[in-house]
Design a binder for this molecule. Structure first.
Ligand code: PRP
Ligand code: URA
Length: 216
């Protein structure tokens, strides 16, 4: 189940006790790298469940041990999950466990720590990316600069149906993505209070990449 953010039908906030509970463990600075990484994957799975609610179904004839029957099956939509490196990598396994046939494209991006401007350093996509529905994944939506730059890259490559999935969002990040890309659906595990003077989400999780990979 999701709740709309400020009445906006394109912004979906997870409204589920499992997500709230798991995020609280992740927020705790004493949570280990292993537990943090596992939880990123678990919440990734739960958000994917909500973000795929609109997948089209088709009918399939099968035979159960009892009788012949026509039942729903996924209509075979082509999907690509696109993690924003590094931290987005932590969400890929969770998404793929829900959608095993999805392809994976990678966008490498880092924020300049002074200006908070995003810089693209790597981009490798499946050849047929323009025909796929895109799910961009990143644990953090802070200023929104990285997400907007990633969406721009996907649109440059002809992608039309794009969703953004994050664990924690700042209100300003949501507003920035919405203003630049009103067509993009945003799925977030939680919306926090604000950003601090260093561009970190408050209360947030800290530096998600460092906590997933144990680099600090
Ligand atoms: C983090 C995070 C997002 C970005 C969000 O990545 O994973 O990509 O910051 O911030 P923004 O909304 O203000 O752009 P970071 O640049 O720290 O790189 P990393 O994933 O390599 O740690
Ligand atoms: N990037 C992070 O990893 N954490 C934040 O709080 C903001 C940006």
């Amino acid at each position: 189940m999701t709740a709309m953010y400020e009445g906006n039908s394109k912004v979906h906030i997870m409204d589920h006790p499992l997500v709230a509970h798991k995020l609280t463990i992740m927020r705790d600075k004493n949570t280990s790298v292993k537990d943090f990484r596992d939880l990123v994957g678990e919440i990734g799975m739960l958000i994917t469940y909500e973000a795929t609610r609109d997948l089209p179904l088709t009918a399939k004839e099968i035979e159960t041990p009892i009788c012949k029957t026509t039942q729903p099956t996924l209509a075979g939509k082509k999907i690509a999950v696109v993690p924003i490196l590094r931290a987005g990598l932590g969400l890929v396994d969770g998404v793929l466990r829900m959608i095993p046939s999805a392809r994976v494209g990678h966008i490498g991006m880092f924020r300049d720590e002074e200006t908070l401007e995003p810089h693209v350093y790597f981009c490798k996509m499946p050849k047929d990316i323009a025909e796929r529905d895109i799910m961009i994944v990143d644990p953090m939506l802070a200023t929104g600069g990285s997400a907007c730059a990633a969406i721009d890259e996907m649109k440059k490559r002809g992608c039309k149906n794009i969703k953004l999935m994050v664990l924690v969002a700042a209100p300003v990040g949501i507003d920035t993505v919405q203003a630049a890309h009103p067509d993009v659906d945003i799925y977030a595990g939680a919306v926090d209070e604000r950003l601090n003077e260093h561009g970190y989400i408050v209360p947030g999780l800290g530096d998600a990449g460092d906590r997933i990979f144990g680099t600090k």
